[in-house]
Design a protein around this ligand. Structure first.
Ligand SMILES: Nc1ncnc2c1ncn2[C@@H]1O[C@H](COP(=O)(O)OP(=O)(O)OP(=O)(O)O)[C@@H](O)[C@H]1O
Ligand SMILES: [Mg+2]
Length: 228
């Protein structure tokens, strides 16, 4: 069944404007955290459907392309897991199992086709994901993952509807706050940022998603002289 599923790894074209933007994001991230560890990197947003999973997936592929460091993308959205879809992988045997002590970082890692990129899917769905988001459990999970991988990227649920990300955020070395340009109201963006500040999250940057739809000239590559 999974043979029919496609992966972002196969669709990633390093020559596209989008790939350029992701390389810029990696450069900024490395520059900003040059003196301190940048991993684990948490991607979150204030509300649903702002592009966290999409951004995390392409960022993971970009990081894996750009270096020979071992990279893992980890689905910590146990409410609406999507990372397995992005990489064409089965959902089961992932974070839930790792948190519950059934396996180690190696046994739950799934290959992607890129030798240095692995996926840790959300794992078996549980009735009450919030029950797994105890700070000690998440701390142990992150310890296992950072011991195995050089760079760990964490996809997460949105900040406003559920509290899970408030548990992950203080344990992350960097937090990238995704905002869907032209869609997320200003007060919602501010509220999400306040929640991150409440737990002393290391907010490293904001990823403005979909800026093309809002600022069409920004991506006009003729304007910038990138097209022939
Ligand atoms: N820049 C973009 N341009 C067009 N579509 C986009 C863009 N970013 C994300 N999308 C689409 O928007 C939808 C939501 O994206 P995604 O799943 O990445 O968001 P999310 O913040 O992870 O959502 P959730 O809160 O449900 O986990 C998806 O269908 C995705 O393909
Ligand atoms: Mg998501």
């Amino acid at each position: 069944m999974n043979q029919e599923l496609t992966s972002v790894v196969d669709h990633f074209n390093p020559e596209t404007p989008m790939a350029v933007e992701f390389r810029r994001l990696v450069s900024r991230l490395q520059y900003k955290r040059a003196d301190t560890p940048m991993s684990p990197i948490l991607l979150t947003s204030a509300q649903h459907s702002e592009g966290k999973t999409t951004t995390a997936s392409f960022l993971a592929v970009t990081l894996a392309h750009q270096s020979d460091k071992s990279v893992a993308i980890v689905d910590l959205d146990l409410h609406r897991p999507r990372i397995h879809h992005m990489f064409g992988l089965p959902l089961k045997n992932g974070c839930t199992e790792l948190i519950q002590g059934a396996g180690d970082a190696e046994s739950v890692s799934k290959p992607t086709g890129l030798p240095n990129l692995s996926v840790v899917t959300a794992g078996t769905m549980v009735r009450s994901p919030a029950s797994l988001f105890e700070p000690e459990l998440i701390e142990q999970l992150l310890k296992k993952l950072t011991a195995r991988f050089d760079v760990v990227l964490l996809d997460s649920p949105p900040l406003l509807p559920v509290s899970d990300t408030m548990v992950i955020a203080p344990l992350a070395a960097s937090v990238l706050y995704v905002v869907m340009a032209g869609k997320t109201p200003r007060d919602v963006v501010i509220r999400g940022r306040e929640l991150l500040e409440d737990v002393n999250a290391k907010l490293t940057g904001v990823v403005l998603n979909n800026s093309k739809g809002v600022l069409p000239y920004y991506y006009n590559y003729k304007y910038y002289g990138y097209s022939n």
